[in-house]
Design a protein around this ligand. Structure first.
Ligand code: NAD
Ligand code: UDX
Length: 454
């Protein structure tokens, strides 16, 4: 079987590398219009930082895993086509700021139609609004030939930073197909592909619409947990309850569970906000205003949490950060990735610059993306990979990504090179606050009582 994936991004690259590794008899080709990205996939400097990914790619690259910019030939030769292009939030026209921008996805559909002379199974891998498969089917069926296209939904649940483990041993694989003979045959072909390495009882088959909606719903539920615990972090700070203790206490209830209860400076990443806004827009489109309002609040709470973090920094530092040097530890939206899409660090850095602070950003993997994200204000920002150097002359350190290396730093050394009084704002609750306080820092963590010498 020939498998093609259109879109060589954070999803297309790792998922196809895993299929190629697990199914050596299947030829897997990944195509993209971005020639630089494709060149990077062919090299040892992959375009994304993902622990363990290079080994998986190297195992199959050149054997049954290929990267190319020739989308048309890839389509012509494929039996099964995964569409894994970006589906960002629309920035213009109707639904701007909420609806999914489907222009890349639609171009792909038309390109598939134009280059197909044999039957294809088309698999939606991108996250899409419910009923997009119907639109995809309509475009594909608009041709004059007798080629048959069967559209399946197979959303991806991998999280960045743990993509390889998530792909190797997924909680479930979800496949949505139509309840027709051809639909079920296509579903079976995709089930067989995954069943090579995923236990059969973890491969879930549903109708297409349930599959499309389940992806939006899963991200909405996960983000809702983070917003819920973050909302309580504000109350903890006001009452001297400790959010980590509260999270532990509620998480031990097996009905609630312990994961996704870490209070933070806010959730980031390319998916949560975009997918919830997409859900909100869908609800409004169907006239379900109360449902839309309910989910919108998860996003609003996330903005509140980021704004609250900056407001607290300013208020603790005597109501001004103008002219002060602030070292940001971590720019990625979470640890173990260089991805900075929707990272809280972007909005926090911008607010600090607006307050006329001098911002020094440190991160082990995300400085290139940081430079791109803040290109319009780079004259007020310095990038410094070494966290000790970043802290030199700083009035405050703000930890915005929970990289292991920050918990392992020698904070006596950090304290020595900082201005006094020295402040630490731990936006990830990943440091030893008591120890920092004993060194001399004034410590402010999310959802915890302040430890201040002032
Ligand atoms: P990405 O931006 O990293 O990659 C998308 C790629 O598609 C880009 O390289 C782009 O050049 C390419 N592309 C766009 N139009 C094309 C075309 N016409 N022909 C060929 N290539 C084209 O995006 P991503 O993070 O991989 O996300 C892809 C989809 O998967 C999105 O719908 C996203 O919501 C979903 N998703 C992402 C994650 C994640 O963790 N990033 C997880 C699950 C699902
Ligand atoms: C998410 C979904 O988890 C994944 O299933 C989907 O396919 C893509 O979107 P990702 O964005 O890679 O994955 O990261 P995730 O681990 O979900 O974290 C999202 C954000 O929430 C990060 O900024 C993270 O730091 C934050 N978070 C997560 C918290 O603040 N607290 C938590 O307890 C968990």
């Amino acid at each position: 079987m020939n498998v093609l994936c259109i879109g060589a991004g954070y999803v297309g690259g790792p998922t196809m590398a895993m299929i190629a590794k697990q199914c050596p008899d299947v030829k897997v080709t990944v195509v993209d219009i971005n020639a630089d990205r494709i060149e990077a996939w062919k090299s040892d400097q992959l375009p994304i930082y993902e622990p363990g990914l290079l080994d998986v790619v190297k195992e199959s690259r050149g054997r049954n895993l290929f990267f190319s910019t020739d989308v048309d030939t890839g389509i012509a030769e494929a039996d099964m086509i995964f569409v894994s292009v970006n589906t960002p939030t629309k920035t213009f026209g109707q639904g701007a700021g909420r609806a999914a921008d489907l222009q890349y996805w639609e171009k792909t559909a038309r390109q598939i139609l134009a280059n197909s002379t044999s039957d294809k199974i088309v698999v939606e891998k991108s996250t899409l609004p419910v009923r997009t498969a119907a639109a995809m089917q309509r475009i594909l069926d608009s041709g004059s030939g007798d080629v048959h296209f069967e559209v399946l939904s197979n959303p991806e649940f991998l999280a960045e930073g743990t993509a390889i483990a998530d792909l190797e041993s997924p909680d479930r694989v979800l496949i949505g197909g139509h309840d027709t003979a051809r639909g079920q045959k296509a579903v079976q072909a995709l089930v067989d592909l995954y069943a090579t390495w995923v236990p059969r009882d973890r491969v879930l088959t549903t109708n297409v619409w349930s599959s499309e909606l389940s992806k939006l719903a899963a991200n909405a539920f996960l983000a809702q947990r983070v917003s819920s615990i973050n909302s309580l972090s504000a109350l903890c700070e006001a009452t001297e309850a400790d959010v980590a203790e509260v999270a532990r206490a509620i998480g031990m209830d097996s009905r609630i569970g312990p994961r996704f209860l870490n209070a933070s400076v806010g959730f980031g990443g390319s998916c949560f906000k975009k997918d919830i806004l997409n859900l909100v827009y869908l609800c409004e489109t169907y006239g379900l205003t109360d449902v839309a309002d309910y989910w919108q609040q998860v996003v609003s709470m996330n903005a509140y949490q980021q704004n609250r973090f900056v407001a607290n920094m300013i208020s603790q530092m005597f109501n001004t950060v103008a002219g002060k040097v602030i070292a940001i530890y971590g720019f990625a939206f979470k640890a173990d990735t260089g991805d900075t899409r929707e990272s809280p660090a972007i909005c926090i850095s911008r607010q600090l610059v607006e307050e006329r602070a001098e911002v020094v950003i440190s991160d082990p993997q995300a400085l290139e993306n940081a430079e791109h994200d803040l290109s319009d204000i780079m004259d007020r920002i310095r990038l410094e990979k070494d966290p000790y150097e970043a802290a030199r002359g700083a009035h405050a350190v703000a930890v915005l990504t929970e990289w292991d290396l920050y918990a392992e730093l020698d904070f006596e050394r950090v304290f020595e090179v900082m201005m006094k009084p020295a402040f630490i704002f731990d936006g990830r609750n990943c440091l030893d606050h008591k120890k920092l306080f004993d060194i001399g820092f004034n410590v402010f963590a999310v959802g915890k009582a302040a430890l201040s010498h002032l």
